[in-house]
Design a protein around this ligand. Structure first.
Ligand code: GLN
Length: 489
């Protein structure tokens, strides 16, 4: 019974719960059991006891919309009283005194916290190998990475140890792991969901979003989380809220394919390119108009991102000093030495690299040359998108230039690792929403078993309902039911 339960999308499970065929507690407990047996190091924390029985002590009279469905949460979100590390040793043992707004909203909508998922330290990485607690593994092939930084969330959803999950995306950290694990991942418009209680990496880019089995589930989670929050002055919510997707055809919609982020993208694997081309034909078959377009500055997205994100990170991470949170290096030393020891012991190599890069880019003699210039590139990239959206409703690219790569393949080469974000960073810089949906399987370059490929669809700011509708139509037409070998019943 429970193996079949774990196959359901949350949307389907909610329908069964409403129809009286399934009890909310049975559904949640099946996942509590599955998460406790996680073999992919996808979780950093899972519940020790079963979920409370329905109605226990909550005093609720009306059924909340998510009906007690369990949700896995990236360890970047604070949850009151539950260890929250952001994948870093420097936060080991930190128990926040408050809960992130996104998580609180889910709880208010009736969801229950299933576990905290593994991630690259502070969200810095594309493979989850930068976690201070060991890498998460790809459910399709455990010798490969699940992507990152929300790799634990993506792996858990595909491996059926979570029905759905939330993650964060600064330059691709929801979309890229979703693509590499074969699930749906949505980065909403910057400002759609509150960042309050999300441990900061690069505050002008960080955004929370869903990782789910299908597009409808992504809409359900987004609908529960979006909205203005007085605790985050950059949050505005999505006017009109989120409609659940229903669209079947794509008649009347114009799709642009930016050549810089598809055919001309650096490091694009042949299998990914071919799978992407097949998805374009499906979109044409559905009545969508597909045409080439240009985003001339997007090729400079990565360079701008890897100045701006480290610059913001260097400021955000200054607070981890051994006094206020988590780890403190021991020993009888004076204050400055204690700071130094704590930071050198608590941070991993990638985090230290970013702090140094960011501090350098912001130093007085270089500020204009690096930070100022990167900001101007960011403005140009946003302008490119604005002019593309005068002609097109949506833009299409492969989510990642490659399928899941092998563990260790890029860990000694940060520049190769950064290339994983080539197609996702421009949307983050522009603040616009983008979704990755599974669009088929492809062999890696050099051969091997087939692995998931993601199709990225980007849209103008705050048009998530339309974006979800278009993605839903494509998802239905692709009819993907592929699941990792050896998994499931
Ligand atoms: N991989 C990118 C980085 O390392 C993006 C990470 C993210 O989106 N959090 O910065």
């Amino acid at each position: 019974m429970s193996a079949e339960l774990l196959e359901l999308t949350v949307g389907e499970a909610l329908r069964r719960i409403d129809g009286g065929e399934l009890s909310a507690d049975e559904y949640a407990d099946a996942y509590a059991e599955a998460a406790a047996e996680d073999e992919l190091n996808a979780y950093l924390w899972t519940r020790e006891s079963p979920f409370a029985r329905e109605g226990d002590g909550t005093g609720r009279t009306e059924e909340p919309p998510l009906r007690g469905a369990p949700v896995a949460v990236k360890d970047l979100f604070c949850a009151e009283g539950i260890e929250t590390t952001a994948g870093s040793r420097i936060l080991e043992g930190y128990r926040p005194p408050y809960t992130a707004t996104a998580v609180r909203r889910l709880e208010e909508a009736g969801a229950r916290l299933l576990g905290k998922t593994n991630m690259d330290e502070f969200g810095m990485g594309s493979s989850t190998e930068n976690s201070g607690y060991g890498p998460a593994l790809n459910p399709w092939d455990r010798t490969r990475v699940p992507g990152g930084s929300s790799g634990g969330s993506a792996a858990a959803v595909r491996d059926r140890t979570a029905p759905w999950a939330i993650g964060t995306d600064t330059g691709g950290s929801i979309r890229q792991p979703a693509a590499l694990c074969g699930v749906v991942g949505l980065k909403p418009t910057y400002g759609a969901i509150s960042r309050y209680g999300m441990i900061a990496f690069a505050s002008s880019l960080d955004q929370c979003g869903p990782l789910t089995r299908d597009v409808t589930d992504a809409a359900l989670l987004l609908r529960a989380m979006e909205g203005r929050d007085g605790c985050d002055s950059t949050s505005v919510g999505i006017a009109g809220g989120i409609e659940l997707p229903t669209r079947e055809g794509l008649e009347g919609l114009r799709f642009g394919v930016p050549r810089e982020l598809s055919a001309e993208a650096e490091g694009m694997e042949a299998g990914v390119a071919a799978t992407f081309e097949r998805a374009l034909s499906t979109i044409r078959d559905l009545g969508g108009e597909v045409d080439e377009c240009a985003l001339p500055h997007s090729a400079h997205g990565l360079s701008a991102y890897y100045v701006l994100a480290p610059a913001e990170a260097s400021a955000n991470l200054a607070r981890y000093d051994g006094v206020r949170y988590g780890l403190r290096a021991d020993g009888e030393v004076e204050l400055g030495a204690m700071y130094e020891r704590t930071r050198s012991r608590g941070f991993g190599a990638e985090v230290k690299r970013r702090i140094m890069l960011g501090t350098y880019a912001l130093s007085s003699g270089y500020y204009e040359a690096y930070y100022g210039r990167a900001q101007r590139v960011r403005t140009r990239i946003a302008a490119d998108f604005a002019s593309a959206f005068e002609r097109f409703d949506y833009l299409l690219t492969p989510t990642s230039p490659t399928v899941a790569f092998e563990l260790g393949a890029r860990s000694d080469n940060p520049l190769a690792m950064y290339m994983a974000d080539y197609c996702t960073v421009p949307m983050s810089l522009a603040g616009i929403p983008a979704i990755s949906i599974p669009c088929g399987l492809a062999e890696p370059d050099g051969g091997g078993p087939e692995l998931p490929v993601g199709l990225q669809i980007a849209a103008p700011a705050f048009t998530e309902s339309g974006l979800l509708d278009a993605a839903y139509a494509v998802e239905r037409a692709l009819g993907l039911t592929a699941t990792p070998p050896g998994a499931g019943p």
